[in-house]
Ligand binder design. Structure first.
Ligand code: TRP
Length: 451
């Protein structure tokens, strides 16, 4: 079984896989979410907890999840069924695949709405340019959020774009797009960091905010948010990297590629933080402004700098592409399952899963305006979906993945797949059996108030 290929195709090379998986990892999570949750949770201490979660939980689980995918070679649901048979384990493990597929749909439903904001900003950048006045910039953002028509329109456009890439399958288009856009996005972020340095005192204030920890700012909910974000930003815990792993050629080192991907993802997030917080301080904005943070701070920089018109357009275009390459991985587990188990063509599977996600996304778009008063557990639909998926479903999914690969799968199968030197395999073994599941479990217990 271990040599079987996926029916959906295979990455053309190791590099193609790294690009696709980095494309999945780097997205709105790095550039939109990381800065605003860092701002909401007081800065430096939160960043340290987040980095610790990436190293101790994220990387080991990333290795585990892609390893399971490559061994199972199918959608997460069927992969879990195959692997539990191979390990003589309980078949109920395939429900983990179902939780992942649902998490993917739920995440994409709001991810697409936010990617819609970024798309709207591409057009704002082209046709209006940006103002250098913080008040005008904030009003522009508030106007966008207040308009259900605009939000639904851009959400629809983004979903159509996503599903038309997904239809083409793993090698068509996706690989090529990532190869070009990722380096340009990176260069642009470096340029923005360069601009942030020109803000003088504010630059140091921003960097201090990000890197000098004050642990009194951290409570158990902040730790949960940091841990949940480690899963979110690496794209773990719901089968996305599992399904990408299932398209991975046999001879590629899973551990090494996981390290590259996690490294690139972390660098992009930190660069985004270094670019944004100086602007926040230079313009008297609040770091805790919430989901609108980058939309209220970056345009000011574009409004001020020479060539800002062009850079502004380029930046938001790249942000939309980064979101697109992430969105694809969120829906791929469901599409793969529909093809495998329902006999759908890829096109039909894409349309059906896209429509479900779109419908849910409309309610997210409305939760920013006409339905903003509708709250469950004191959260709007957007807040609720974000909390439910990033803070609960992904960590629980990751916990189960750690347990499955560390305790249920036979060691000989795992080590055949990972092919690591003895010492490294031991280190990973300790992380995946004890450290990662232990940490996730403790944080979850803490949040529900048991400890
Ligand atoms: N990692 C992406 C980001 O940071 C989002 C994403 C893509 C994701 N695939 C995922 C999140 C799977 C959770 C699970 O924007």
């Amino acid at each position: 079984m271990a040599n079987k290929k996926s029916i959906h195709g295979e990455w053309s090379s190791r590099f193609a896989y790294i690009l696709a998986a980095t494309g999945s990892a780097v997205g709105l999570g790095n550039i939109w979410k990381f800065p605003y949750i860092t701002g909401e949770n007081g800065g430096g201490a939160f960043v340290i907890v987040y980095l610790a979660c990436i190293v101790a939980i994220g990387i080991p689980i990333m290795i585990a999840e892609s390893m399971m995918g490559r061994r199972g070679r199918q959608s997460p649901i069927n992969t879990l069924e195959t692997l539990s048979t191979e390990a003589n384990a309980n078949k109920n493990w395939h429900y983990l695949g179902w939780m992942g597929v649902s998490a993917g749909v739920l995440i994409l439903s709001y991810y697409s709405v936010i990617a819609g904001w970024a798309s709207a900003y591409v057009f704002k950048a082209i046709f209006g340019g940006f103002s250098s006045d913080a008040i005008v910039v904030k009003a522009t953002f508030d106007d966008l959020l207040a308009s259900p028509i605009q939000l639904v329109f851009w959400h629809t456009a983004f979903m159509v774009a996503t599903m038309s890439v997904v239809m083409r399958g793993v090698n068509g288009g996706l690989e090529k797009a990532v190869r070009f856009f990722m380096p340009v996005l990176f260069a642009l972020l470096v340029l923005l960091v360069g601009y942030a340095m020109t803000t003088g005192e504010a630059y140091f204030k921003g960097v201090r905010f990000l890197f000098s920890p004050d642990f009194s700012e951290i409570d158990s909910d902040a730790v949960l948010t940091a841990m949940g974000h480690a899963f979110f930003t690496l794209g773990l815990g719901m089968g996305a990297i599992m399904v990408y792993g299932s398209y991975l050629p046999k001879n590629v080192s899973i551990a090494k590629t996981s390290l590259y991907i996690a490294g690139a993802d972390t660098v992009v997030a930190l660069l985004a933080g270094i670019a944004i917080f100086p602007l926040v301080f230079a313009n008297g904005l609040e770091p805790s402004a919430g989901p609108g943070l980058i939309f209220q701070s970056l345009p000011i920089a574009f409004g001020n700098m020479t060539g800002g018109w062009l850079f502004g357009i380029l930046f938001f275009v790249l942000l939309v592409f980064a979101a697109l390459t992430s969105a694809i991985s969120l829906i791929e587990p469901l599409v793969a399952w529909l093809v495998e188990n329902k006999g759908f063509t890829r096109t039909k599977a894409s349309i059906v899963s896209g429509l479900c996600t779109w419908t849910l996304g409309v309610s997210v778009a409305l939760s920013f305006n006409v339905w903003s008063g509708f709250k469950i557990f004191d959260k709007t639909i957007f807040d609720l979906l974000d909390y439910l998926t990033a803070n609960l479903m992904l960590p629980i999914g990751g916990l189960c993945i750690a347990i499955f690969s560390g305790w249920i799968m036979h060691k000989k199968h795992v080590s055949a797949e990972l092919d690591l030197p003895g010492f490294q395999f031991k280190v990973w073994g300790i992380l995946i059996r004890y450290i990662a599941p232990g940490a996730v479990f403790l944080v979850l217990l803490d949040v529900i108030g048991v400890i």
